[in-house]
Design a protein around this ligand. Sequence first.
Ligand SMILES: *Cc1c(COP(=O)(O)O)cnc(C)c1O
Length: 391
Amino acid sequence: MTLESKPFPLRPAWLEIDLARLRRNLQLMRRDLPPGTRLLAVVKDEAYGHGALDVARVAVEEGAWGLGLSTLEEAMALRDGGITAPLLLLGERQESELEWCVDHHLTVCLNHPETALALARIAAARGKKVPVHVKIHTGMTRYGVRWDEALPLLKVVADCKSLELEGVMTHFSQSDETDKSFAHLQFARFQEVLKSMQACGISTRMRHVCNSGGFLDLPSMHLDMVRTGILMYGIFPSQVCRRIEGIEPVMSVKARVAALQILKPGEVVGYGMRYTASSLRKVAVIPIGYGDGFPRVRNEGAVLLHGHRAPIIGGIAMDALMVDVTDIPNVAMWDEVVVMGRQGGLEISARDIAGLKRSVTYDVLTSWRLRLRHRHVGKVPPAFQSRLGPI
Ligand SMILES: *Cc1c(COP(=O)(O)O)cnc(C)c1O
C-alpha cells in the first residue's frame, strides 16, 4: 500500500478527527469529576470510529486510568501500539482467550465461576496474580452474574490466590433519560451486593457503574470510577441529560463537489426517479453514499455548502448523493461540503443523521466505513498521526 506516502491523493470524501477537541473534552470531563474518581476511556469499536490507538494515547495523557474494549483483537492492537495502561475487556471471554489476557496484562471482566477458575489456573501456572473485575447484572440482562446470585462468584474470586478482585461493576439500562427510576433500582441492587461482600469480608478497590449518562446525571453513583465513551467524543448521550459547556464533537465528515448538473422542469434525479424538478434547478453531486455509511435516504437530509443547507434530492446511491444548490451562489467543482459537522453557523450533527437512520448517535459514529480515510486536524503531535493519516 502506498496510502502512507505523502502525495497520495485523498479521495474527495473523508472523515476528520480533531484530537485537540478530544483532549479538551477529556480535560473538561476530568474537571467535572471529583479528584478521587477515576476515568475509564471506552475505546471499543475503534474508539466509536475515531481510531482507537490515537484516542487511547490522548486519553492516557489526559489522565485516564485505563481503557475499555470489547474484543481481544482490540486490546492486542493497543498493546502492539505501545499502550501500557490497564485494558479492561468488557463482555465475556472464551477459555482460549484467557492465556492471551494473562500474557498481555489484559484485565478480564468475570461473569461465571468457571471462567474465574480457568483464569486462576493459567495465572497460577505463570506465577502471576492478575487483577479482575466482576460484572454484576442488576437489570440490564446482558453480561454479568445476577445481583441476587453474585456472592458465590465473588467468593470464588476472593479465594483464588492468583486473582485479585480489583473491581466490581454493573451497567445501566437507562441513565440518560429524565426518568432515572430504573437506574436507581439497579444501583440499589448493586449496593446490596456490596453490602453482602462487606459482610463476608470481601473487599475491592474499584466499584464502578456509570457510563456517560450516569457520569452526567447521577453524580451520587460515580463511586470509584466512571466508564465514558460517547461523551469523550463530544456527543451527549441524549437530548435531556446535563450539558458540560465546551464539549465539542471530535468527528466530522466532509467531501467535495464532484459534478454539477442542471435540471429542467419535469426532469428527474437518481435511481428510481424519486425527485422531479418543478422548476429549473442546479444540482451538485457529492461523492459519498451509503457505501461510506451515510443512511440510504430519499429526499431527506442535507449537506452544508458555502455556509448554507443544501437539501438532498432523489435517492442516495452507494457512492454519491445529489443536493439542490439552486439558491447557493457560486457553487463550483471541488468546493468543500460538510456532511456531518459544522460550517459557518450551521451544523449537521450525528443526532441529525441518526434521525435519518432511525437510529442512535453511537450507530452513526461507528457506521462510517474505512474507505473514508481519516484526516487529523487540530494541533496534534506527530506521534498521534494514525496509520491512515495524514493526508
Ligand atoms: C460501551 C460501554 C460504556 C460506555 O458507554 P457510553 O454511553 O458511550 O459512555 C460503559 N460501560 C460498558 C460496560 C460499556 O459496554
